[in-house]
Design a protein around this ligand. Sequence first.
Ligand SMILES: *Cc1c(COP(=O)(O)O)cnc(C)c1O
Length: 397
Amino acid sequence: MTPEYARHLAETLAEIEQQGLMKQERPIATPQGGHVKVNGREMLNLCANNYLGLADDPRLVAAAKASLDADGYGMASVRFICGTKPMHRELEQAIARFLGKDDAILFAACFDANGGLFEPLLGAEDAVISDALNHASIIDGVRLCKAQRYRYANSDMDDLEAQLKAARAAGARHILIATDGVFSMDGYLAKLPEITALAERHDAMVMVDDCHATGFMGPQGRGTPHHHGVADKVDILTGTLGKALGGAIGGYIAGPQAVVDLLRQRARPYLFSNSLPPAVVAAGLEALKIVEAGDALRARLFENAAYWRAGLESLGFDLLPGEHPIVPVMLGDARLSQEMATRLYEHGVYVAGFFFPVVPKGMARIRTQMNAALSREDLDQALDAFGKAGRETGVLS
Ligand SMILES: *Cc1c(COP(=O)(O)O)cnc(C)c1O
């Protein structure tokens, strides 16, 4: 490394530190779950994407272990050389069936799925219209494709229509609207009924990234398109095995057969990156089975979310409205959100403060996430901690 470059790195890191934006990682000593041990202390975990509590489920662990014994550890190949086992296709077909699509294709992560989706499907004559709050992986995926790019303000349907008209006026051949199914900082659902209606009116297609919904939103947890009753109007879905579906790793794209067929030939993160390990695929199949039969888990999750929301409101906290298990506690000031997170940590509750640039300035918050692994007792204990931390920081009087 040249001395100039070393200086440049040191300055950049110092700048991050100075702005109070340095992210710290706290190692967890236990499996991921409702209760975790951090720095030797038992804590309630309210910041995992472990919506159904499956991350440490013995059935998934057993499926993974059995597969390690039967199938070995790694595939040491991409899918099309010698990295496909029957179970890879089984999982793809199971995902497609679950979501009501023709077929699906696995990626190492949803980040890769979104990174590889747009470039093979859209050319310079085409247009992609993206919600301003879409996940970073969609933004990067769109950057990698040659299509004309349009952006609309978060969930602003007038703006979306204006962008659709602009793309049409510019002579776009094919138009794809891209949106998260759930915007993860707010827990707000994308307005899929309106989006799909606008798409129909302007002859566009719709892609939904349903990472924060698959497994628990909608009937049988089939996601936001089913939740809104517009599943047949959403062309392409992307999602992850890394959240409700066991929480390990792995992503997918599901959609019309020709879309999946073309992605298998052309998606770069699929063609030039390793096949998912068999143990992850086996546990993924098991997770999907549990999820399909998981009405009790989903009922528990939403009961917890309703109880949690009501409890925080009666303490006097300012929440964003909604039905999703993401429940953001609004604090406004960035430092206050960090202070609150620190106090909560001291009171045995593990949460993260989110502030600019992740959310707009003045909209700092603690994002809490409910899951099915938390008991009523856990929630009462967490509410007690929020009450204490709120009074200590002056958020509550
Ligand atoms: C978590 C998330 C991703 C990334 O998923 P990974 O499988 O962890 O790469 C992509 N999009 C959205 C909306 C997400 O919430």
